[in-house]
Ligand binder design. Structure first.
Ligand code: HEC
Length: 108
C-alpha cells in the first residue's frame, strides 16, 4: 500500500516537473536487471555453455550502456543474444538499467 502511494506520488511529481533530465530510476533498474546477472554477473565473465566471453557492464557510464542497448534493440549492433534482450526493454527500462549499472562496482 505504501509502495503504491509512493508510486502515485512519484508519478505526480513527474507530471509536475515536465522539464526533467533524462535519468533513469536505479531502483527499478536493479529489479529489471536481475536477468542480466545470469550472464554478466558470472565469475570470470564467461558463459559456461556455449563458451563465450561476456563483457563487464557494471560501473560503465550511463551513456555508454544506453547507447549499447539502443543499438542492440535497433539491430544496429548485431548480436542475437543481446538483440533479444534489447527487444524486451522500453526506453525507460534502458535508462533505469543504465542508472543502476553505472552505480555498481565492477561485479556485473
Ligand atoms: C544470455 C546471456 C546474456 C544476458 C542474459 C544478457 N547479456 Fe548483455 N551481453 C551478452 C554478450 C555475450 C554480450 C557481448 C555481445 C557483443 O559482442 O556485442 C553482451 C553485451 C552487453 C552490453 C554491451 C557491453 C559492451 O562493452 O559493449 C551491454 C550494455 C549489455 N550486454 C547489457 C545487458 C543487459 C542490461 C542485460 C539484461 C537486460 C543483458 N545484457 C543480458 C550476454 C548477455
Amino acid at each position: 500500500m505504501i509502495k503504491k502511494l509512493l508510486t502515485v506520488a512519484a508519478l505526480c511529481g513527474a507530471m509536475a516537473a515536465p522539464v526533467m533530465a533524462e535519468r533513469g530510476d536505479p531502483e527499478h533498474g536493479r529489479i529489471i536487471a536481475f536477468t542480466c546477472a545470469g550472464c554478466h554477473g558470472i565469475p570470470f565473465h564467461q558463459n559456461v555453455y556455449p563458451t563465450y566471453s561476456v563483457p563487464r557492464i557494471g560501473g560503465q557510464s550511463e551513456g555508454y550502456i544506453v547507447t549499447a542497448l539502443r543499438a542492440y534493440r535497433s539491430g544496429e549492433r548485431r548480436h542475437p543474444t543481446m538483440q533479444a534482450q534489447g527487444n524486451t526493454l522500453s526506453d525507460q527500462d534502458i535508462l533505469d538499467i543504465a542508472a543502476y549499472l553505472s552505480e555498481l562496482g565492477d561485479s556485473q
